[in-house]
Write a protein that binds this ligand. Structure first.
Ligand code: MN
Length: 250
């Protein structure tokens, strides 16, 4: 099997290395990742400048672009083969609830799903003392299961692993997207030349602890696996439509 690895923390991230070290047994690994940190880049594509690719080792390429650039390039000519599976991560930090909208990690997997390749995004739910072992091991097990059973087309799996010792992880749950709370902080400062600048903050204020959500599962000590789709249509509203109906044009 051919697997493409990417991430949004950059090709130097230990989270990516952890995947490379734990997935060798499943086949041929290609790593194509940003040459620097690209967190919160969401689904950005670089269209207004060329992209440069640096071969750091055989089948290990750094791109001076976004996570989605990496996946798109990989699937449209950069690689000599078409991957059977894309794995993005392991991210240094959670991608729970609304994080998914901003996440470069998840978007790399979304790009895989858009282009018809099964994809997984994996995140470790901590911002310090990163120990990727349990997350990498779970990913390897999940991949074995996907090889057996597949995942539906256009679906990707968003995995969040609690940052607790492996023996304390209770198991794993299939979940839905939850809701995280961030403070709406913008820091305003003055630069050395007297000009104002702003820095987007956003302290973590916790989450809605609703049953069945990714946030809840991780908080309870489970690995969370959320199946995601790209179609953002509100089908509920579409069906029992309370949208106003009026003739147009008139
Ligand atoms: Mn990241």
């Amino acid at each position: 099997m051919i697997v493409l690895l990417s991430n949004d923390d950059g090709i130097q991230s230990e989270g990516l290395t952890a995947l490379e070290m734990n997935l060798g047994h499943i086949g041929e690994i290609y790593t194509v990742a940003p040459d620097r940190a690209q967190s919160s880049m969401s689904h950005a594509l670089t269209l207004h400048r060329p992209l440069r690719v640096q071969e750091l080792a055989p089948r290990r390429l750094a791109v001076d672009g976004t996570p989605v650039d990496c996946v798109k390039l990989s699937l449209t000519g950069l690689l000599p083969v078409r991957p059977h599976l894309i794995i993005s991560g392991i991210n240094k930090g959670p991608n729970l609830g609304d994080d998914i909208i901003y996440s470069g990690t998840v978007s790399a997997a979304i790009e895989g799903a858009l282009l018809g390749i099964p994809a997984i995004a994996v995140s470790l739910v901590t911002f310090k003392n990163f120990d990727f072992r349990a997350a990498a091991e779970f990913t390897a097990t999940l991949v074995d299961r996907i090889v057996e059973r597949g995942i539906p087309p256009k679906t990707l799996l968003n995995v969040n692993v609690p940052a607790i010792p492996k023996q304390d992880i209770k198991g794993w749950q299939i979940t839905r997207m939850g809701k995280r709370h961030y403070s709406e902080t913008i820091v305003e400062r003055i630069d050395p030349r007297g000009g104002k600048y702003y820095w987007i903050g956003g302290d973590d204020l916790g989450f809605a602890n609703d049953d069945g959500t990714d946030c809840h599962a991780v908080n309870e000590g489970y690995v969370s696996v959320t199946p995601l789709q790209v179609d953002l249509t509100d089908y509920q509203l579409l069906q029992n439509s309370s949208l106003p109906k009026f003739p147009w044009p008139r």
